[in-house]
Design a protein around this ligand. Structure first.
Ligand code: FE2
Length: 246
């Protein structure tokens, strides 16, 4: 990191109070690539509270074979974490447990025998592979909708193989898929290309939800910086998101 004279750690600004609910976090300890301990989760939650969030819906990865999580086990761990957060005096409402479901080779089986932990009612948060397009995505999304589910696609800006000017994003919007973009994409945490894409997606009116995708305290610290980012502040002031309806 370059040496910066008079560099001070930014203070959290509670600007995310307009969203109210963060609906994308990996804070169930030890079940995916997110938080490693209840202490780390609670530290992240305290930061999120200082940034203005009131409610969080936790979304551990369900990804075959890397994170072979089971819904009943995740629910049990969520209940444990909720009790630990209450005991620690966390000023955030743990409002629900859902999943971030990877559209992978195991996803069709999930559609055929649905046990999804949903963001709300019958709304499922899904993600694609970050690096490789997967065959059969459109058919699986359609099948899921035919079973009565609404779909939120996590961080559409992070799929490097999807071109903003291509027809894929337009196709998903035409198919009624909601988009959840990452706040840290706006502040440049994932790089310049991802930032360019997320600004474009939001500008086109395609982004219904914002999430933090918090995995650990590195993300929490980056969110404090993002709360001081003028572009993030401007977007929150200008655009209406649906987080508060969750
Ligand atoms: Fe995630």
């Amino acid at each position: 990191m370059p040496f910066r004279l008079f560099h001070t750690t930014p203070k959290p600004k509670p600007i995310f109070d307009v969203l109210g609910t963060d609906m994308h976090l990996h804070l169930i300890p030890g079940v995916d690539d997110g938080s490693k301990s209840p202490e780390e989760s609670i530290e992240c939650m305290n930061t999120l509270a200082s940034l203005g969030f009131k409610n969080i819906i936790l979304t551990p990865h369900f990804q075959f074979p890397r994170f072979p999580n089971k819904e009943y086990d995740i629910q049990r761990r969520y209940a444990d974490l909720k009790a630990q957060a209450a005991e620690a005096g966390v000023q955030l409402n743990l409002a629900g447990i859902a999943g971030e479901y990877r559209i992978d080779t195991g996803f069709q089986a999930r559609i055929d025998n649905p046990q999804f932990l949903c963001i709300k009612d019958k709304t499922v948060l899904v993600e694609f592979s970050l690096n490789h397009p997967m065959m059969g995505v459109d058919e699986m999304l359609f099948d899921l909708q035919m079973k009565g589910y609404d779909i939120i696609l996590a961080h559409p800006e992070r799929y490097a193989y999807l071109a903003i000017d291509g027809d894929r994003y337009r196709h998903f919007k035409d198919a009624g898929v909601y988009f959840q973009c990452n706040i840290l994409s706006i502040s440049g945490f994932y790089g310049a290309e991802c930032r360019r894409k997320v600004l474009d997606i939001i500008d086109r009116g395609w982004c219904e939800y914002l999430g933090t995708d918090t995995h650990n305290t590195i993300y929490a610290r980056a969110l404090v910086e993002a709360s001081n980012d003028h572009t993030v502040q401007k977007i929150l002031a200008k655009h209406k998101f649906l987080n508060s309806e969750l």
